[in-house]
Design a protein around this ligand. Structure first.
Ligand SMILES: NC(=O)C1=CN([C@@H]2O[C@H](COP(=O)(O)OP(=O)(O)OC[C@H]3O[C@@H](n4cnc5c(N)ncnc54)[C@H](OP(=O)(O)O)[C@@H]3O)[C@@H](O)[C@H]2O)C=CC1
Ligand SMILES: CC(=O)N[C@@H](CCC(=O)OP(=O)(O)O)C(=O)O
Length: 334
């Protein structure tokens, strides 16, 4: 059994880590850290996790003893915690944006904060960096929008079929975490659609960083908050450099993802409800119009493939388990 701990266990992604790890056959949870809920049984905050015997503990990250620690903490907080854990020889998967950037100046510009402890990390998208993740001490788990967007674009950029990609994403409200804000207040976000951070969202440079490593593409990104709890639907508009049939595009996507356990290229139009609660990404909805604009749609659950499920996929790779162990949940529909 491998021993793991979760910092930020009282939050939404912390709750999802607990949900999957409780059932993982090779894992023992040795600490569910929370500053606010010391001694409180986890079901008082995560009411679906009954009869686990686990309690939150206000434990200093420096005192955690485990084989691997998940830091499910906000950006800015992770950079203060992660180095202290790594210094003690414990491997870390950080769910925040703090370690996702190759260039710390890009991070500081888009996040608007100074990075106190830059470190080398592996970007935790198994579909791109599986071999590097296996050996990594620090994995920077990708952002939720970048996961859905990058997966929807990878086959195209690998084949160099486009230089211009416009990404339009709709997200569920749980993407904003457990603490309410004006935008996530029920009367504001229900029965409504809220475009936000137009041209300024910090996931733009993250998507661009990974796609530009493969080919020279320009990326535009706009997020919208929609009144669902979980899920991200991303519509990619890619302006094609050559005339190509949509059937050929579908074939390229199916071949590219043929060996991936969690990415399925479907014949139907993707809908977020089909991946709710699961670690799957569905890609489909292919079409090409008279302007040679290709449309591709991806869906993920922001809390699972967009965060905690992907983090467990990375943990499985790091600890030498089957990549799909503990993630065999097919999801819920409707
Ligand atoms: N929600 C989502 O869909 C996704 C989130 N992420 C990222 O994952 C991380 C966690 O997100 P999420 O679970 O939604 O966030 P939440 O706000 O729901 O939970 C974060 C938890 O971290 C703890 N925390 C906050 N500040 C600190 C601190 N300074 N030191 C230690 N613990 C702290 C809090 O617990 P307590 O006060 O009890 O200690 C809190 O419950 C964030 O970086 C987020 O951006 C990534 C992808 C998707
Ligand atoms: C609805 C909502 O607010 N969503 C969040 C996405 C958070 C996330 O997953 O990304 P990070 O891990 O990079 O913080 C946002 O747009 O900032």
């Amino acid at each position: 059994m491998a021993e793991v701990a979760i910092v930020g266990a009282s939050g939404y992604t912390g709750g999802e880590l607990l949900r999957f790890l409780i059932k993982h056959p090779n894992i023992e949870i040795v600490a569910a850290a929370s500053r606010k809920h010391d001694g409180v049984p986890i079901h008082k905050i995560h009411p679906h996790l009954q009869n686990t015997g686990l309690k939150f503990k206000n434990i200093d990250p420096e005192d955690i003893d485990a084989d691997l620690v998940f830091t499910a903490t906000p950006h800015g907080a992770s950079m203060k915690i992660v180095p202290k854990i790594l210094e003690r020889g414990i491997r870390v998967i950080d769910l925040s944006g703090d370690y996702r950037f190759d260039n710390v100046e890009v991070y500081e510009k888009w996040y608007g904060i100074k990075h106190e402890h830059p470190l080398d990390a592996v970007y935790g998208l198994p579909e791109l960096y599986r071999d590097e993740i296996k050996k990594a001490d620090l994995v920077a788990n990708p952002g939720c929008f970048p996961t859905g967007a990058i997966l929807a674009c990878l086959p195209l950029v690998h084949k160099n079929l486009t230089k211009m990609i416009v990404i339009d994403s709709k997200t569920g409200v749980s993407g904003a975490g457990i603490n309410p804000s004006h935008m996530t207040h029920f009367p504001e976000c229900s029965d409504n659609i809220i475009p936000y951070q137009i041209t300024t969202h910090r996931h733009t440079p993250e998507i661009e960083q990974e796609l530009k490593k493969i080919s020279d593409v320009q990326v535009s990104f706009t997020p919208h908050l929609i009144p669902i709890i979980r899920g991200i639907l991303t519509t990619v508009h890619a302006f094609l450099e050559e005339n190509i049939d949509v059937e050929k595009i579908e074939k390229i996507y199916k071949e590219y993802y043929s060996n991936e356990p969690f990415v399925i290229v479907i014949d139907e139009t993707p809908e977020p409800s089909a991946v709710r609660g699961s670690n799957y990404c569905h890609i489909g909805g292919f079409g090409i119009d008279k302007n040679n604009r290709l449309v591709v749609i991806s869906v993920i659950d922001n809390l699972v493939k967009g965060a905690s499920g992907q983090a467990i996929q990375n943990m499985n790779l790091m600890l030498g388990f089957d990549e799909t162990e503990g993630l065999d949940n097919l999801g819920l529909h409707p």
